[in-house]
Ligand binder design. Structure first.
Ligand code: EPU
Length: 428
């Protein structure tokens, strides 16, 4: 089967300016929230990525009119409330489809959403989402792999959102969206504090919801009768920004990143600075990242926001492969999210996995090789390694990368990278 892949000739130092797109993980739940709204929702800075296309297809099936304008603007209008089913075919492709559960239940009083399975980064249960829906008053059963949910009415409650790995981002989004139209007050304790949850709450408030405390572990939602549409701009993608920061650092380059919120990246920038990478905010608003040849080894532990994001773990691992000494990376959100380890080792890295931890023994250089992308962020890490490696790297299965990075290869080329998108049979 012919599939797209990247061919990268490592070496060029990246230089120039790059603009980060809107955040995929904020855009997806906000798009789903359009189900709750009467009237038109206009979203700006919606990234042009495959996951947004997949969710648009699902929303169209659910009776939402979705129109994309060329400039990153999406217009959504919920018209037809008949179909409330998100089928396996779409959920299998994109787990984030689960974020239609809360809006469907709240607005249409019923939902049938295929139960997401595991994925390359782990088991990824949705038990906390389901617990929250039940506590708000929904009846839930599992029928042939589908979550079938009904609710005559939803009632506000105090709901604990914690689980064995902390809170849940999309679970908090689902509970918050459902609670907007519930009767009375809902309090979400140990809610996720991620900027994408805050962005969703800000959007919902703009639509007439009454949410306070977002950005803290205690979110309070006063139910309202209905939500209207609004015009809203999605926050910049902190993970894309972080990925370009590593691209600058790993090539000893100097890159200015535009549309970048440093307050969303404090833990990441703290680690970059400890490695010896310079990160400077420009008076005009951009962030300039530059690096000398010497990289210090550091320890990294992923945590819920404001801790170090799991979605940048693979990328910083690629950078630490070239540090002068040993680093330790511990994954506290998805303990199995390490499929990139074996691929980086194919490029000459010295990585040893021990449970949820990887010991990174820095090497002098990486060497180009054919490698296989396993998930979105692992793909980005392999591209970053390829940019620094001696020789040619072929990154197969980049459809994973296209799910979450808009025109990644074009943006890298504009900074001077030698990266081409090609198509062909898989070679390993
Ligand atoms: N968890 C449970 N039960 C649940 C839900 C989650 O035990 O009901 C566990 C998970 O297994 C995990 C932890 O809680 O160990 C956190 O998972 P979370 O629910 O927060 O993840 P998510 O909401 O499914 C979002 C992002 C992910 C990102 C995580 C963590 C979207 C669309 N996805 O997923 O993004 O890694 O939060 O920050 O927002 C990516 O963009 O590459 C990506 C995977």
């Amino acid at each position: 089967m012919s599939l797209p892949y990247f061919e990268i000739n490592g070496g060029p130092r990246l230089k120039g300016r790059v603009r980060v797109s809107g955040a995929k993980n904020a855009a997806l739940p906000i798009m789903a929230a359009s189900i709750l709204c009467e009237g038109e929702v206009i979203l700006h800075e919606v990234p042009d990525v495959a996951d947004v296309k997949s969710l648009s297809e699902l929303l169209i099936k659910l009776g939402v009119e979705v129109e994309r304008r060329g400039d990153g603007t999406l217009r959504l209008v919920a018209r037809d409330e008949m179909n409330c089913r998100a089928e396996y075919d779409i959920v299998r492709k994109m787990r984030a489809s689960i974020c239609v559960l809360g809006p469907l239940l709240a607005k249409r009083r019923q939902a049938q959403v295929s139960m997401p399975g595991g994925c390359a980064i782990g088991d990824r249960p949705v038990d906390i989402h389901l617990r929250a829906m039940r506590q708000l008053g929904a009846d839930l059963e599992l029928v042939s792999g589908d979550i079938v949910a009904r609710a005559k009415r939803l009632r506000g409650r105090e709901i604990f959102m914690g689980g064995p790995f902390g809170s849940t981002v999309l679970g908090t989004a689902n509970a918050m969206m459902a609670a907007c139209l519930a009767e009375g007050t809902t309090v979400l304790e140990m809610a996720a504090c991620e900027p994408e949850v805050v962005d969703l709450a800000n959007f919902l408030n703009r639509c007439g919801a009454s949410i306070t405390g977002h950005g803290t572990p205690r979110i309070v939602i006063e139910g309202v009768k209905e939500l209207h549409g609004c015009e809203y701009t999605i926050i910049p993608d902190r993970i894309e920004a972080g990925t370009f920061m590593v691209a600058a650092a790993i090539t000893n380059g100097e890159v200015t990143i535009e549309n970048c919120r440093l307050d969303h990246l404090m833990a990441f920038v703290d680690r970059l600075t400890a490695i010896g990478v310079n990160v400077e905010k420009e008076p005009a608003g951009g962030v300039t990242v530059s690096s000398a040849r010497h990289l210090e080894p550091v320890d990294v532990t992923t945590q819920p926001f404001p801790g170090f994001p799991t979605d940048l773990q693979a990328q910083i691992m690629a950078l630490l492969c070239l540090a002068d000494g040993n680093s330790i990376i511990t994954e506290k959100i998805f303990p199995d999210r390490f499929l990139h380890v074996a691929e980086l080792n194919r490029m000459g890295a010295h990585l040893r996995k021990e449970g949820p931890t990887v010991i990174v023994e820095g090497v002098k250089r990486l060497i180009g090789a054919p490698v296989m992308a396993s998930d979105l962020r692992a793909s980005a890490a392999l591209v970053l390694a390829g940019l620094a490696a001696r020789g040619t790297t072929r990154v197969n299965r980049i459809y994973h990368l296209d799910r979450g990075y808009a025109r990644f290869d074009e943006k890298l080329r504009a900074l001077g990278a030698d990266i081409q998108r090609k198509e062909g049979d898989e070679v390993l």
